[in-house]
Design a protein around this ligand. Structure first.
Ligand code: BGC
Length: 767
């Protein structure tokens, strides 16, 4: 057994969590590494149809298609949904005692304990199991998804008898019963598709399964290798390639078995370059003579690098300190790092939202990666770059003659949203991606990325705005550039004219197309030629940005969510019974659209993203107005309101929002953690701490920090990367220090006052 010396703040102990249902626990303890994720399900019932949980593994980018059926199928509607496949659970194990097998006759299994060690990435679990013949034994499992080799999931099972002496047989094979996704058909946020996967098995040199999808024609190979401590040879059980061994459980003796699963990247089924046998051979070669500990050490070393760059050490509130680490750990587990995948709304921890990528990735999660794992951030943006052809095609499907339109929800780059008013109409996704590219370039100074990929994304999305919007001729908007018939982030308001957020983000998209266009005209004019960007086009971008219409309610002196938002009646939030939230599960969309009620931060997102746009008084008015009509039915809402409450010095409120954000999944606060983590909200907890309490932001060509800690905390420490230098920042109630860990000295701003980090590499200042 491995002893870990890890401080409490890096552990998630089941005994310390509030009571949860089984599926939420499966999500909380899910392990992953950006390539795949495995839910922490009951290891004996992984393929039983009686099991209430949702066992399984998810592989980033491995999905099947289902034809979307519409009673009225209009032109341009998305025709296929993409659904991430719920794959057989590699934790699954069969025990046989007295001739009774646990997969045929259920054994009684009790969870004794679970602990996630986030320093090593090891999930440690203890189960007490009783066979139908009343033989009791203890199963201890240690498992991890390797951070050193993205293909590996590794498990060690230890068995010791509790009330008997005698033989026990373990059988380890790829589960073969189709696992149904068991979610409520009444909740559109959950996944509801029945996918049939085909499998073929080979037994040599190690038990290996090829799983393929029927419509998307993707294939994945999973090979299983007993690690060297087992002395187990592959065999055939039930006609399936397996490992099996009978051991004697003499009192006091613990028998251990370790296995590694090698999980390939998805590839085209017809692609013959990667065959099942080749993959099995190479997995065997790589894993022969490897032990659980060796594989773990390599993974832990990689994880140590993650924590070195990405940890946040908050002193003064141990629950929060642990909660924030849990969120950072899950973000890391969720992020695709192969340039072909992104971060799903639920990470790789559950089937919710069918495993789709949304704006969540760029607007809520990417900042964490940009500042702490810039290489990974680049991979995430490359995914969008790779899908430009699909986005170009989508714009044409919508009869938009120029530019691209990224899909609202997708895995393969095509639109998968069947309800366009809250889907495709959220064209702000284009500007969100462009905003993320700009942030990435400004923070990393990765000019090469800008040149090769980033500018193309910015120009193509900017072109969309020119083509989709128009110059108004009516008196109310005369001379302005307007964007009609869109949906903003608030999904409780749809298909409006001039959504403030969309227009402001489009304005930014156009402005950065101008900014980088002018820069490249000097440094790389050939790039502009290659993209067909002319001076006249840059002028058009500029004119549309300068004249973008931004609705404003002059009577209330607030930014208006859209052209007519404040004219609608208010939804009676206070008198709506608690059990009728979230509203989307209880009211027809048109009922909701009829009122002023916000699902999530919308207009105030612009106050958050463009802090220099408004005075403190304006922010106060916007905040008060929109907070009163927001019900936070989306998990993406609270973090933004919390950050703004902090800016407005409403400390108690900011703290409450922050607490709810950080603890959302550990407490199952939204009630649907069982379907997977709320990854955007986890990113929101980083935003709250770093953009909020530490007051980090971009200023001119550098950084600004305007820190202010809640009175409950003694200190906040974190590292960030900024333009090829790593900084260690420590903030206390009364002082801040910024230390240059690597890279060149530079100047930045503290509370908007310029300071220089010179050759002594450390600045400490009283606040
Ligand atoms: C939110 C969207 C979000 C999606 C996926 C929805 O409930 O309204 O803003 O992108 O969930 O997290």
């Amino acid at each position: 057994m491995i002893q870990m010396v890890t401080p409490d703040a890096f552990q998630i102990h089941l005994q310390k969590l509030p009571r949860q249902d089984e599926t939420a626990i499966e999500t909380i303890y899910a392990l992953g590494n950006g390539h795949f994720g495995v839910r922490a399900s009951n290891p004996l019932q992984g393929n039983s149809s009686h099991y209430h949980g949702q066992p399984g593994m998810f592989v980033n980018g491995f999905y099947d298609l289902t034809a979307l059926s519409y009673g009225e199928n209009y032109s341009g509607y998305a025709q296929h949904s993409q659904t991430i496949c719920q794959l057989p659970d590699p934790r699954f194990i069969i025990f046989e005692i007295d001739g009774i097998r646990s997969d045929e006759t259920p054994f009684d299994i009790k969870v004794v304990d679970k602990n996630l060690d986030m320093k090593t990435g090891v999930l440690f679990e203890i189960f007490d199991i009783q066979s139908p013949s009343n033989k009791q034994f203890r199963l201890t499992m240690q498992s991890f998804a390797s951070h050193a080799d993205a293909h590996l999931f590794v498990i060690n099972y230890s068995v010791s008898a509790l009330n008997f002496t005698g033989p026990i047989t373990i059988i380890k094979q790829h589960p073969y019963i189709d696992q149904q996704i068991q979610t409520s058909v009444d909740d559109m946020r959950a996944a509801q598709r029945d996918l049939t996967l085909d499998r073929t098995f080979i037994d040599s040199p190690i038990p290996t399964m090829l799983i393929s999808t029927r419509k998307s024609q993707l294939a994945l190979i999973v090979a299983q290798q007993a690690l060297n401590e087992n002395t187990m040879q592959p065999t055939i059980v039930d006609d399936l390639p397996s490992y099996s061994k009978t051991v004697d459980l003499t009192a006091g003796i613990t028998q251990s078995f370790a296995f590694a699963y090698a999980i390939s990247y998805p590839h085209q089924l017809l692609d013959t370059t990667l065959t099942q046998a080749e993959f099995a051979n190479s997995a065997k070669q790589r894993l022969t003579d490897q032990s659980f500990n060796e594989l773990l050490n390599a993974s832990t070393a990689q994880l140590a690098q993650f924590w070195q760059s990405s940890d946040i050490d908050l002193q003064g509130d141990p629950t929060l300190a642990q909660g924030i680490r849990f969120n950072l750990f899950h973000l890391y587990q969720a992020a695709g790092n192969d340039g072909r995948t992104s971060i799903a709304a639920k990470g790789l921890t559950g089937p919710g939202y069918e495993g789709h990528f949304f704006w969540d990735a760029e607007m809520f999660m990417l900042p964490f990666f940009i500042y702490t794992q810039p290489k990974l951030a680049k991979q995430l943006l490359l995914y969008r770059y790779q899908t430009l052809p699909q986005a170009r095609q989508r714009a044409r499907e919508l009869a938009v003659k120029n530019g691209v339109l990224f899909p609202w929800r997708t895995i393969n780059g095509e639109e998968a949203s069947s309800y366009y008013p809250a889907g495709t109409a959220q064209v702000h996704i284009n500007a969100d991606i462009a905003y993320a590219v700009d942030t990435y370039v400004r923070v990393t100074d990765d000019q090469d990325f800008l040149l090769q990929y980033g500018y193309e994304i910015i120009v193509q999305t900017a072109r969309f705005w020119l083509a989709y919007g128009h110059w108004a001729t009516d008196t109310a908007h005369a001379g302005k550039f307007v964007i009609d018939d869109v949906t903003g982030p608030d999904e409780y308001t749809a298909m409006v004219n001039n959504n403030y957020f969309t227009n402001r983000m489009a304005q930014n998209n156009l402005s950065i197309a101008v900014k980088y266009g002018k820069q490249l005209r000097h440094t790389h004019p050939e790039k502009l030629i290659a993209l067909d960007v002319t001076t006249a086009e840059i002028d058009q971008f500029n004119r549309a940005a300068d004249n973008m219409y931004l609705p404003f309610d002059t009577q209330r002196q607030i930014k208006m969510q859209d052209d007519v938002s404040t004219t609608k009646p208010l939804w009676p939030i206070k008198t709506t019974p608690r059990n009728q939230f979230p509203l989307l599960l209880h009211f027809h969309p048109m009922t909701i659209y009829h009122y002023q009620v916000n699902k999530q931060a919308d207009t105030v997102m612009t106050d958050f993203l463009f802090p220099n746009d408004q005075s403190a008084q304006q922010l106060r008015r916007d905040f008060d107005y929109y907070e009163a009509i927001t019900v936070h039915d989306s998990s993406l809402s609270r973090a933004i309101f919390g950050i703004l409450a902090h800016r407005l010095h409403q400390s108690d409120e900011a703290y409450r929002y922050f607490m709810e954000t950080v603890m959302m999944d550990l407490t199952n606060a939204q009630g649907n953690t069982g379907d997977g983590i709320h990854a955007a909200n986890m990113g929101g907890s980083w935003l709250s701490l770093i953009y909020g309490f530490a007051g980090l932001g971009l200023e001119k060509d550098s950084l600004n920090l305007s820190p202010e800690l809640p009175s409950e905390w003694t200190s906040l420490r974190f590292n960030i990367w900024f333009q090829n230098r790593q900084l260690a920042i420590t903030i206390t109630q009364s002082a801040i220090s910024v230390k240059l860990l690597s890279g060149e000295p530079f100047h930045f701003y503290l509370n908007h006052q310029p300071v220089s980090l010179t050759s002594d590499r450390l600045i400490s200042q009283l606040l």
